[in-house]
Ligand binder design. Structure first.
Ligand code: G3P
Length: 220
């Protein structure tokens, strides 16, 4: 469902990307971005963004629950009705049990939502691919939020993740993320066989967002 190559911006819980600031940032991406972008806002911001922008929206997480008595959980149906086209699953900052990942992917398939399973190493990436998601995103946790891009720090591991995923399921697209900040990082990621990147701090925390957006897609 998501077009590739894609740049996905995870808004996490940064002050600079919640509420009105989430809307401002998403409108800036919509105005300045010429390529395929998607963003992952806080669940409670999804509806506001979907009513005011056309940028594809993904939830940061949903829980492995059905409609019913599940106080405090994030329900697939709610984020879908709010305007999400899919969801991240098993992000390093929101790890899940295998049984939960499997159920979430299955429910997303039933409800026609895009699935991006995050994986901390190539072995987990391969296991994730067996669940038949749309995407697997390889993100080494130690590089998340840092200045060094996964595509320059661990090019061999990115390639290994791509190879392992494709061996299990050639239909699954691979992304990588952690420390991605500029067009060179995106270009390097694509040259390693990925079909896009997942990033957060490089854009969300920047004071020069328009320039960063332009730079990130400059090599696509
Ligand atoms: O989901 C994207 C993410 O974990 C990478 O974060 O700040 O290193 O771009 P960052």
């Amino acid at each position: 469902m998501l077009k590739t190559p894609v740049i996905i911006v995870n808004y996490k819980t940064y002050s600079a990307s919640i509420g009105k600031r989430a809307l401002e940032l998403t409108k800036t991406i919509e105005r300045k971005g010429k390529k395929n972008w998607a963003v992952c806002p806080q669940a409670s911001d999804i509806r506001m963004l979907s009513e005011n922008t056309d940028v594809p929206l993904l939830a940061q997480h949903i829980d492995a629950v059905d409609p019913g008595s599940n106080t405090g959980h994030i329900l697939l149906e709610t984020v879908k009705r709010a305007g999400a086209q899919g969801t991240l699953i098993n992000h390093s900052e929101r790890r899940l049990k295998l049984s939960a990942i499997e159920k979430i992917v299955r429910r997303c398939h039933e409800k026609d939502l895009e699935t991006i399973i995050c994986a901390n190493n190539p072995e987990v990436a391969a296991s994730a691919a067996a669940l038949d998601p749309g995407f697997v995103a390889y993100e080494p946790p130690e590089l998340i939020g840092g200045d060094i891009s996964v595509s320059s720090a661990k090019p061999d591991v990115v390639e290994e993740a791509v190879e392992k995923v494709k061996n299990v399921n050639p239909e699954v697209k691979v992304l990588c993320g952690a420390g991605v900040k500029n067009g060179e990082d995106v270009k390097a990621a694509l040259e390693l066989g990925t079909e896009g990147v997942l990033l957060a701090s490089g854009l969300v925390k920047s004071e020069k967002k328009e320039e960063v957006i332009h730079d990130l897609e400059s090599e696509l």
